[in-house]
Ligand binder design. Structure first.
Ligand SMILES: Cc1cc2nc3c(=O)[nH]c(=O)nc-3n(C[C@H](O)[C@H](O)[C@H](O)COP(=O)(O)OP(=O)(O)OC[C@H]3O[C@@H](n4cnc5c(N)ncnc54)[C@H](O)[C@@H]3O)c2cc1C
Length: 379
């Protein structure tokens, strides 16, 4: 694209998912002028269509301190955005059915205790049913994390959008970045019709973060996957917490409006153009049967809609967050591997702090993009 006036700002952020929105907002609140470039609409990909679970992932031990910070930030979301985003501390229950799963649960709890102060409690068969009646007969116990919960993704992204507008962030939707160059100390990004320039560039392009990095010659191991979700019709309120399973992929919750949301990371299909996601009906059927096995009442709830959203996965299932090894004025924040929604508010806050002060907070250090130098992970 030639001949167009270049929009100037202190910072260009590419990608209007929760990470781009959160980082832009926190930078604007620190006094930076920000242009946020989004190929489609703010929050229309993973950030707006996910399951809204707010909980830690015990198997990724180096994420636990960051998860702990995230669990502290969500209760303050109304203060941050002027909207509670549907956030509830309805807790996270991971159930077990077998002796082997019990052992896995024990190890997972030890790991959480070792790397964080997140409180988890073991519930036996009786205590579990006192907390949540109606669980399947084969469920023998579970891990209860009361600090966790859920939020409404679409509402959250809408709240971010309003705050970005109020904070004076330049929102450029329908703006796909096609080329990036650096001239002197300034980054230049161009779309089909517009040009942008800024001394600082942040790549928050989610599942396409690797493509953006490639435009400046950096390689990251990242695969793009479609994750499926289902929602039921409204039913009476029966399920309190977010329910997962220690031995299987599963996430079931009942929203405040009575609908059940069922997922857990089951893979659908990624379109050839890599911008659309489709369903895999066999995997979806397995997901729904498992959900019903754990919470049999689901059999009475009519399914109303299933969908899939696109997400970027790093080989170690953790996002790439921090300054690039290519340039300290280029920052990456993508590849959240199916659990980036709950991290969005805190990561944006910490990344803005790192960019503003030059000091990367300790909890972000394990996520530095330098761990993927040369296109393979170094730890
Ligand atoms: C079905 C599903 C369920 C999930 N459930 C949960 C959950 O319960 N809890 C949880 O914590 N996480 C969950 N996740 C993961 C979570 O949604 C993501 O990790 C998170 O939303 C990623 O946010 P992001 O901002 O990095 O990426 P995205 O939301 O994907 O945003 C990236 C944006 O970059 C834009 N972009 C890409 N290329 C360009 C370009 N060239 N120019 C301009 N813009 C560009 C895209 O259009 C997109 O809007 C789930 C994900 C899915 C798909």
């Amino acid at each position: 694209m030639t001949g167009a006036v270049s929009h100037s700002a202190d910072v260009i952020v590419i990608g209007g998912g929760i990470h781009g929105a959160s980082t832009s907002l926190h930078l604007a609140r620190r006094g930076y002028s920000v242009n946020l470039l989004e190929r489609n609409r703010i929050g229309c990909h993973a950030s707006g269509v996910n399951a809204g679970s707010i909980h830690h992932i015990p198997r990724i031990h180096f994420e636990l301190p960051l998860a702990e910070s995230a669990l502290k930030v969500w209760p303050e979301i109304a203060e941050m955005l002027g909207d509670d985003c549907g956030f509830r501390r309805n807790g996270y229950l991971r159930v077990v059915e077998t002796e082997a799963q019990f052992e896995t649960a024990r190890t997972a709890m030890e790991r959480v205790r070792r790397y964080s102060s997140i409180t988890e409690e073991w519930l036996d068969r009786g205590a579990l049913r006192d907390l949540q009646p109606g669980l399947g007969d084969s469920i023998t116990g579970g891990i209860w994390a009361a600090e966790c919960g859920s939020a409404d993704p679409a509402r959250t992204l809408h709240a971010f959008r309003l705050n970005l507008q109020r904070a004076g962030v330049g929102l450029f939707e329908g703006c796909r970045v096609q080329a990036i160059t650096r001239v002197g100390d300034v980054w230049h990004c161009v779309s089909a019709t517009q040009a942008f320039q800024a001394p600082v560039l942040i790549n928050c392009a989610g599942g396409w973060g690797g493509d953006i990095a490639a435009l400046v010659g950096e390689r990251f191991p990242l695969t793009r996957q479609a994750l499926m979700m289902s929602v039921s019709a409204r039913t009476p309120a029966l399920l309190g917490p977010v329910v997962g399973h220690v031995g299987h992929r599963l996430s079931v919750k009942q929203a405040l409006n009575g609908t059940y949301l069922i997922g857990g990371g089951y893979r659908g299909h990624v379109s050839d153009t890599a911008v659309h996601a489709g369903l895999d009906h066999d995997r979806l059927a397995y997901n729904l049967a498992l959900a019903q096995h754990v919470f049999p009442t689901l059999a009475q709830a009519a399914l109303t809609r299933c969908w899939a959203g696109l997400e970027g996965f790093a080989p170690d299932h953790a996002g790439y967050i921090g300054a690039s090894s290519y340039s300290t004025d280029l920052w990456h924040c993508f590849g959240f591997s199916a659990h980036g929604f709950y991290l969005g508010p805190v990561v944006g806050k910490l990344l803005a702090q790192a960019i503003d002060t030059g000091d990367t907070p300790k909890v972000l250090l394990p996520f530095l993009p330098t761990r993927a130098e040369g296109g393979t992970l170094t730890h």
